[in-house]
Design a protein around this ligand. Sequence first.
Ligand SMILES: [Cu+2]
Length: 429
Amino acid sequence: MSTEKDRRPLAVGETADDGRRRFLKTAGAMAGGALASAPLLASARNTDPLGVGPHHLYEPAKGSMMFHQDHDHAHGRTVLPGAPEPGEVEYREFDLSFDLVEHELLPGVKFPAFAFNGQVPGPVFRVQENDWIQVNVTNNTEEMHTVHWHGVDLIYPMDGVPMVSHDPIHPGETFVYRFQARPHGTRFYHCHWGTPLHMMSALHGAFIIDSPDDPIRQQFPYERDYVLMLESFDVEFTRQHINEVLEGMGQVNKLMRDRRLSHITHGFFKRYEDFVKAIEDGWRPPYTRGNAPGGHIQPNFFAINGKSFPATVGEHGHIRIRKGEYIRIRLINGGIADHHMHLHGHQFWKVAEDGNPLPYPIKLNTVPVTPGKTVDIIVYGDNPGFWDFHDHKEIHSRNNGIYPGGMITMLEYEDMGDPPYVPSFSVNQ
Ligand SMILES: [Cu+2]
């Protein structure tokens, strides 16, 4: 049985043996033999090709270098110039962290995931348009990360694209993002380093920018709004590649500390000409050596707010409404699959796309939400009952291929009194 200690986020300073024991113990908790067949951290135990010895999974790297041997990253806090100083404007301050956790998608299915603040999805930010935001982001993992603020118009050094906006956030480092929240609407944030693995598993969260001038708020008198993060996970890919990146990054960090790794051997270049010169000198980039693992991602679990059906019903993604009430639902696709969300028994209004209000609302009952998109809908409570709300792309309404599962949740009227039928869960055997 897992204990409270087992479920908490892994902490910096925890010894490798502690982490390994705990992960190995829980690796067998997956439902189904195939899912449990790749023991976590097997490679970390068996191989040591670069001769760096056993690495400590959660020991932060100190003073590692990324681009040049003389470019010594300070282990600590990075604040890039460009945004106003704290005395010039008043910042709303938030703390965010990268953690490695074991996430339970639904009873019987757990997998290792990179997660903001140790939770899947990351915390929901709710701010006002034009607020100045400071987010102190600490990396508690042994992999590098960044935060990209998707759909927010900010100054480019805060955009979170590694090597384009700023250096990646190294293990143990804290990076300070400062920007103004605009324009208003449903936006989100996600890691932009190793995007196929990191964003999907599960470094993403909602960033809601509100405004009294929001025309949707003026047109529809809603009070409650719901945030539904739509997620797709390839659980086996995530398990295998988190093992690999932990092993790889442990070696990279050790070599960087020992100053045995140069920007050439690690394959990062400040200038395109340096990249070409390295190839002329005999360096072989990874794409000449084999397939990128990301090419084979095939999500087998689909989730709303971190849970797959039937775990969606209850707290996570379960939508409640009353007769005569308008509600706003903010759909955010944080994964890599196309979703087509269908609500039974109602025609809803699609009122915003990519966070931006539409010039006129469109009446629908099924709405596509493709990767990177956000779609806002307004539902009016005019048909009391329990109603399915699900991805109509049937393959996404399964758990590891078994129907029903995945991206299914429910719209429930709270004021039905004595309903003639109360739904029960159906899980195929
Ligand atoms: Cu990341």
